[in-house]
Design a binder for this molecule. Structure first.
Ligand code: C2E
Ligand code: CA
Ligand code: CA
Length: 737
């Protein structure tokens, strides 16, 4: 190694000693001319160069070779302050930190492996007029300890250094997509938040995770996966543009940093656009692939003030988005924190429940509305947990989907449903829900074949209910699974139609025998001005044209039943006929070979509001009252707990976590008031409502609530109560009953 060799030269050069060219050792002093020739060889071979200064720190010597290399003569440089000739390099990102060269020279410190910039008169090999040298050197003193100057060596590391800097720069960039990488994003987020904290600005962080990317990678190969990631990156950049910075954290995880953004309405729209855009089909080497995306959003300073806090909050929101249903976005809320721990606990208990056979099936009839005769039963999982009571499959299926538990549960449901159906008349089918994750796992076709064989059920009596979310990933692989199952003779129903990615292209491939119109189109379809009846008509017409049966799901009221019957739905499923019942009840009802159900239910659908029973705050003048929120819609709310509030009173509803809603009392009874909001709430992306903006915790801090309270993410305004200035206008009722 030339460098190792130089190190020994460096130590000896100022104090000429045994450089050992001839291998002569034994402390024998070599002649001066010989040493000079060794050093000159080292110089001319380009291994190293030497430099020296006088006691005043001026350059007194520089190797001839070095001078030639820089294009200078000795007169040009000798006599100049050494700190002018050897300059500190501008600290580049990623460059190792070093103390200033000038500082070391002044202090007569030892110079060790110190990188300096040297100006050259002519551009060198690297094509630039600046060279980078690595210096070593030592202060020389006389016998009395007086400083005489430096003696040192130097190596030109220009080409190596330029490369290192390039690597350092590159490590800020994700090579595959050209986006910022994890490291750069982390630095950017930390720097932005630190700066914004001082200036009390907000910053949003979106965390994205592709759904079913792994499936594309596994079935189409890694180069296809890489290509897909590039296309995702392009689409993301196109949407985000200069609103923020897009980066890839690695794998199929992306992040978007959006400075000065705290409008949850705008953020929701942006997230929606991202979800929509990324779930459009991709062309990869002539094949089509579809993936979904889930997005988690957290906003500083509301959800966290440090990079770690905000990242954690966005992660939690992403997790919640994925749990609810892939292909959606979700904002961070404090409830999520609680939900995350609850989910973890539920997961453990679910495993035990499966082991102990505590999950069973209930059957909900699908009825022909013309005759009220039952044609089919849908098998729905039921889990009664000792602690929690009845837990909805909508809550535990997503948990099971996270690991192989869904395979066990799915197989159990299939086998049980087939066995149970064997005890029904042959004219009645059984429908079994199959989650997308279960459907694409290897071995699913075998599982179905096994269940049919074990029970002896005719395959034409088995219907598999599948949602549009199976149409992601490698579509040809998905098609192959459909074909294999069709060969077995089973039927397919497209579940929850109209809620997913909704590309009609899925219908054209002829996989489905039945189309289930999602409950959301049925619910409230009889309300004036509702567009849903038109949608139902269109779906029915489309299904008929493609030779599919239609089912209207979630029919509860008599007027809804009448409407879907009129609009031509072949079958109806909903509480208006029956909820899911046990196998025992099914058998009894079918005792004479058929089953007829008389519909019954409320005559009219009643506009649903989110019914809640939650303690919130109400601010009027300088008073803070506790009230109970009874229901909440986008435009208003009903509250309990205050008496004597006249119509027309302006109040501010405190929904918690900085969500203040300016409202007016529009109707009132003795202890209950209806509020109309000045600005409507917006959807939180998962069925609830939230305010577009929140009151910044900084503003709250100014109002006397310390920023330290930020950590928990809750900023109650309760403190307002302490500063009563005038007697309260309204009577606070006791809320404990
Ligand atoms: P789904 O497949 O859409 O099932 C219909 C859901 O709507 C059932 O909820 C049913 O009880 C409910 N429902 C039926 N009629 C009405 C009505 O008139 N009004 C209202 N409000 N709801 C009605 P459930 O049993 O809680 O199941 C929820 C979801 O869990 C199912 O939605 C399905 O996606 C999933 N699931 C249930 N069983 C299984 C299973 O064995 N395997 C898989 N993979 N998923 C299952
Ligand atoms: Ca279903
Ligand atoms: Ca459904």
């Amino acid at each position: 190694m030339p460098l190792g060799f130089l190190k020994s030269v460096r130590d000896q050069a100022p104090r000429p000693a045994n450089t050992g060219k001839s291998g002569a050792g034994g402390g024998e002093e070599q002649s001066l001319p010989e040493r000079a020739s060794v050093l000159s060889d080292i110089e001319t071979l380009g291994i190293g160069m030497f430099w020296a200064t006088d006691a005043q720190g001026r350059l007194s010597f520089l190797s001839q070779r070095a001078l030639e290399d820089l294009g200078f003569t000795a007169e040009d440089l000798v006599g100049k302050p050494v700190t002018q000739v050897f300059r500190d390099v501008d600290p580049e990102p990623g460059a190792p930190l070093q103390r200033a060269f000038g500082f070391k020279i002044k202090a007569h410190s030892r110079i060790e492996e110190h990188v300096v910039a040297v100006s050259a008169d002519k551009a060198g090999k690297a094509g630039c007029a600046t060279r980078w040298w690595r210096l070593n050197g030592r202060a020389m003193t006389d016998a009395a300890g007086n400083f005489l100057g430096y003696r040192g060596s130097a190596v030109d590391i220009t080409s190596q250094y330029a490369h290192e800097m390039q690597v350092a720069r590159q490590s800020q960039i994700d090579e595959l997509t050209g986006l910022a990488n994890r490291r750069k994003l982390g630095e950017r987020l930390a720097a932005t938040l630190a700066a914004f904290r001082a200036s009390q600005r907000s910053c949003a962080l979106m965390m994205l995770d592709l759904d079913r990317f792994k499936h594309v990678n596994d079935t189409m190969g890694h180069p296809a996966g890489d290509e897909l990631l590039k296309q995702v990156a392009d689409r993301l950049k196109n949407i985000v543009r200069d609103l923020g910075e897009v980066g890839r954290l690695g794998g199929d995880e992306f992040q978007v940093l959006l400075p000065d953004m705290d409008d949850r309405g705008t953020l929701g729209e942006l997230a929606n656009r991202i979800v929509q855009s990324l779930s459009q089909p991709y062309q990869i080497n002539g094949r089509r692939a579809i993936i979904g995306t889930s997005v988690g959003i957290a906003i500083a300073p509301y959800d966290g003030v440090t990079a770690a806090e905000l990242t954690h909050a966005a992660d939690m929101a992403l997790y919640a988005a994925k749990e609810t249903r892939s292909g959606i976005f979700c904002f961070f809320t404090n409830e999520l924190r609680e939900a995350a721990t609850k989910t973890a606990r539920l997961g453990e208990r679910l495993r035990d429940a499966v082991d102990q056979g505590q999950l069973n099936l209930a059957y909900q009839p699908l009825v022909d509305p013309a005759t009220n005769e039952v044609r089919c039963f849908e098998a729905l999982l039921r889990w009664h947990d000792g602690e929690e009571g009845a837990i909805s499959p909508a809550d535990f299926i997503p948990i099971a989907e996270n690991d192989d538990l869904i395979l066990r549960i799915g197989e159990m449901a299939l086998r049980q449903a087939c066995t149970d159906a064997m005890q029904w008349p042959e004219t009645i089918r059984v429908a079994v829900n199959v989650s997308a994750k279960q459907f694409v796992r290897p071995g699913f076709v075998k599982t179905v074949a096994g269940a049919l064989q074990a029970s002896g059920l005719a395959s034409s009596r088995l219907e598999l209910e599948i949602t549009e979310s199976v149409f992601v990933g490698d579509l040809e692989a998905v098609d192959a699974i459909f074909r294999d199952l069709k060969k077995l003779g089973v039927r397919f129903a497209l579940d929850d139609f109209g809620t997913g990615y909704s590309s009609l292209a899925y219908l054209k491939n002829g996989h489905f025998d039945k189309l289930k119109i999602d409950q959301s189109f049925v619910r409230g379809c009889t309300e004036n001005g509702d567009i849903n009846p038109a949608i139902i008509t269109a779906i029915v017409a489309l299904a008929k044209a493609l030779g599919m049966e239609t089912v209207a799901e979630g029919v509860e009221a008599m007027d809804e039943l009448e409407l879907v019957r009129q609009r031509g739905a072949d079958l109806v499923q909903g509480y208006v006929y029956s909820p899911a019942i046990s196998q025992e009840q099914v058998k009894i009802a079918l005792a004479d070979g058929t089953m007829k159900v008389t519909p019954s239910g409320p005559p009219r659908y009643r506009a649903e509001r989110i019914t809640i029973f939650r303690k919130v705050g109400l601010i009027h003048e300088d008073h803070y009252y506790d009230v109970i929120l009874r229901n909440l819609s986008k435009t208003g709310a009903r509250i309990n707990g205050l008496a004597g509030v006249p119509i027309g009173t302006d109040v501010v509803l405190d929904l918690g976590h900085g969500q203040l809603v300016v409202s007016r009392v529009v109707n009132a009874t003795e202890n209950s008031q209806g509020l109309k909001f000045e600005t409507p709430l917006i959807s939180d992306g998962s069925g609830g409502f939230m305010t577009r903006h929140r009151i910044s915790p900084y503003a709250l801090a100014e109002a006397g609530i310390p920023l330290a309270a930020l950590g928990a993410g809750a900023f109650p305004l309760a403190k307002w109560r302490e500063g009563h200035k005038s007697p309260p206008k309204f009577v606070q009722l006791d809320l404990s009953v």
